[in-house]
Design a protein around this ligand. Sequence first.
Ligand code: FAD
Length: 228
Amino acid sequence: MVVQLLACTPDAEDVVAAAAQLCYSASSISQILERGRSKKKALLEKIVSAGHFSVLEHASFTFGVEDISRACSHQLVRHRLASFSQQSQRYVSVVEKFGSVTPESISSHPDFRDRYAEFIRETQEFYREMLAAGIPAEDARFVLPNAVGTKLVMTMNARELHHFFRLRCCYRAQWEIRDMALEMLRLVRRKAPLLFADAGPGCLAGDCPEGAMSCGRMEQVREEFRQL
Ligand SMILES: Cc1cc2nc3c(=O)[nH]c(=O)nc-3n(C[C@H](O)[C@H](O)[C@H](O)COP(=O)(O)OP(=O)(O)OC[C@H]3O[C@@H](n4cnc5c(N)ncnc54)[C@H](O)[C@@H]3O)c2cc1C
């Protein structure tokens, strides 16, 4: 899996802090921006603790993601407030580079590791044969499994990212999308540490929201995200 931060709002923290301050100030935006820089940290902490989340929507982040499975991307695109551009299986036949993802539970399993690899190889062959016989890529792709690799560009604003991290950094999330969410969080924390200081699974902010399904490791999880 490759996750890159391709672009983001320049001075994202300053913009969000100015937007928050503007709501309560008679000063001009330039004055607010200038003054805001010095008290940005306190202001952003206050915004987040007060739940004034709409101002986070002024900062957006664009990621490039490669070598994830279609199983992962299918979960990803359920996040309706994000924008996506995903490699098409209609216009791009995956003959050249038939990437696929193998879960660790399978690659480490003595009985299934080889059968899985064989299944992927046979599927690839079948797919290629159909294309060679003139079946359009949009139809030949019906045999491709969830394991097949994909790539996409995705944009989320900081509010949606907080929501995404709450759901997808949790141990209840599927491992591949969780790995991806963790990498995204590392990247945005480096870029805008104040905006994402407390971002992560739901249990960072209080009780685990998963109830009976909780992993029961809240202390360990909180420590993990302090160290991230
Ligand atoms: C552990 C886990 C297990 C899951 N299992 C399943 C499953 O078995 N089956 C399944 O189908 N899905 C499953 N999902 C996906 C889940 O149901 C959501 O579709 C996905 O997490 C996106 O969440 P969302 O709708 O909150 O986020 P987004 O689409 O990113 O939306 C963000 C927020 O905006 C608001 N919003 C967005 N659109 C609307 C709208 N139309 N109306 C009102 N408010 C809106 C909501 O407050 C929403 O929380 C699972 C997710 C997780 C994390």
